[in-house]
Design a protein around this ligand. Structure first.
Ligand SMILES: *Cc1c(COP(=O)(O)O)cnc(C)c1O
Length: 506
């Protein structure tokens, strides 16, 4: 485990009395805490916090942050996540005091600029998706899915129908069936055919009077455009169901085609993927939804509307499913995506998609001699390789992903979609240069050679990172999130069955 990069914890650096701040002398009388708060809420012993100087504090966290792999430091081909460059002009605008220092409960007449941004973004997303109205409230793709499913439920109920089944292809993102469950509906899974399209025979058998909706990702998570989309829309609509478009990644279709034109009734978009909201690390996202007019009455409230020259919030939506997020959505992310859309304009957005697709096909063709292609078709914004060939030599896709860390890359998405054996899903995005892609391609080819000549080096990777291969299942199931100072305390943790990684406190 580890190497010479073993690092002191901030608690271990602590020296009594050292501080990272200086305050001027207090010039008001001190107030005893127990005269303000009930005694039972007060700590008996002081909180044990690390005591370090400002410089040591800065170095400590800067060094830790440098250990991260991020889009600003390296190529990050995490398929389905669209890890494109987040332009810094987004950050500039998000920091304007007029946006950063307002409060959502200010009077509306003092928030006109912010409301205009939201209103215009709604309009732009309608145009991009071919929908009639948009709600910016959902805070993530998954929440957008759930919101839309609740609207679909309300729609069917308003017509006196009790439709509970949602059809989801086996290539779908895991959030799809999860959202179905949280919305109180039932998932019906259908399979894909040999070309990676929806199996139409299965779809025809699956639809019926209980069909609430079909959820589809197009291009699918295989990076393939659904060739039978018009037929699919017809089958679902004739059965009385709604068509839901998982638009988490619309990086292949901007300005080229629109969910609304393909026959979809409702869509969510991920602002933190296609539209350059920074993402990863669990930061805030935004998953707006757009819908056709049949579903408009059920949209979350409030909506941002425009009366003459005035923008305001409209709460008067009697059939609304209600509010799904505090205030009006994650404003900071929505603002960044608004800047991105304006900076590119319609022509620029179309180029984004054309180049994303070109890049993905370039990489796919270059890698095809060295790894198996899951489907030998023109791909859209991403493509899926299979490590079947390497598995026969005893090396798994997980090993290849770990080996990529030694070369300084974030690995692609692996083992998703579930239907491709040993898969690796690569999404270069449009923001990468040919040189960057070529370097990455060379590394993957080199790893393929290692698999043949020296599999152990791949199987035991990574070799150059701060920690080597971790027990990921235990780390996820029994994380240790608190520092324990003494060996005694650590032993107690181990007793509890937690995973103390050879003395490293996670
Ligand atoms: C990322 C993704 C989602 C979920 O989006 P979150 O913002 O992570 O909730 C749903 N579907 C697809 C296809 C995705 O790639």
């Amino acid at each position: 485990m580890g190497n010479n990069k073993e690092k002191e914890l901030i608690f271990e650096m602590s020296k009594k009395g050292r501080v990272a701040y200086s305050l001027s002398e207090c010039d008001v009388p001190e107030v005893a805490l127990d005269s303000v708060f009930p005694a039972e809420y007060l700590r008996q012993t002081p909180a044990e916090l690390p005591e370090v100087s400002e410089l040591d504090l800065m170095r400590h966290y800067t060094e830790l942050s440098n250990r991260n792999i991020g889009i600003d430091t390296t190529f990050y081909p995490l398929g389905s996540c669209t890890m494109k460059y987040n332009p810094k002009i987004n950050e500039d605008v998000a920091r304007y005091a007029g946006f950063a220092k307002i409060h959502p409960y200010q009077a509306e007449d003092t928030l006109q600029g912010a409301l205009q941004v939201l209103y215009d973004l709604q309009t732009e997303l309608c145009e991009i998706t071919g929908m009639d109205e948009v709600s910016l409230q959902p805070a993530a793709g998954a929440q957008g899915e759930w919101t839309a499913l609740m609207m679909i439920r309300a729609y069917h109920e308003s017509r006196g129908e009790n439709r509970k089944q949602v059809i989801v292809p086996d290539t779908a993102h895991g959030t799809n069936p999860a959202s179905v469950a949280v919305a109180g509906l039932d998932t019906v899974t259908i399979s894909s055919d040999e070309q990676g399209n929806v199996n139409l025979d299965e779809l025809r058998k699956a639809v019926g009077p209980n069909t609430a909706a079909l959820m589809l990702t197009n291009p699918s998570t295989l990076g393939l455009f659904e060739e039978n989309i018009v037929e699919i829309a017809k089958i679902v609509h004739e059965a009385g169901g709604m068509l839901y478009y998982d638009g988490a990644n619309t990086n292949a279709i901007l300005g080229i085609t629109r969910p609304g034109d393909m026959g979809f009734d409702v869509v969510h978009l991920n602002m933190h993927k296609t539209f350059t909201g920074p993402h990863g690390g669990g930061g805030p996202g935004a998953g707006p939804i757009g819908c056709k007019k049949e579903l408009v009455p059920f949209l979350p409230r409030p909506k941002v509307v425009k009366d003459g020259e005035t923008y305001r919030l409209d709460y008067d939506i009697p059939q609304s499913i209600g509010r799904v997020k505090a205030y009006y959505g994650n404003f900071g992310i929505l603002l960044r995506t608004f800047v991105y859309i304006r900076a590119n304009g319609p022509v620029g957005l179309r180029r984004v998609s054309e180049e994303a697709v070109l890049n993905a096909n370039y990489m796919m063709r270059k890698l095809a001699p060295h790894y198996d292609l899951a489907y030998d078709r023109v791909c859209k914004h991403e493509f899926v390789l299979s490590g079947r060939r390497q598995k026969k030599l005893g090396v798994r896709t997980l090993d290849i992903a770990k080996r990529l860390l030694d070369f300084g890359y974030h690995p692609p998405t692996i083992y998703f979609p579930l239907i491709v054996d040993e898969c690796m899903m690569i999404e270069p995005t449009e923001t990468e240069s040919k040189e960057t892609m070529d370097k990455f391609i060379d590394v993957l080819i080199e790893i393929a050679k290692e698999v043949e000549e020296n599999p152990a080096i791949v199987q035991e990777a990574p070799h150059t990172t701060v920690v080597s291969r971790l027990d990921e299942v235990t780390a996820a199931r029994k994380p240790i999130l608190r520092y324990r100072k003494t060996l005694q305390e650590q032993a107690a943790l181990q007793e509890e069955g937690s995973n103390v990684n050879e003395g490293v406190n996670v």
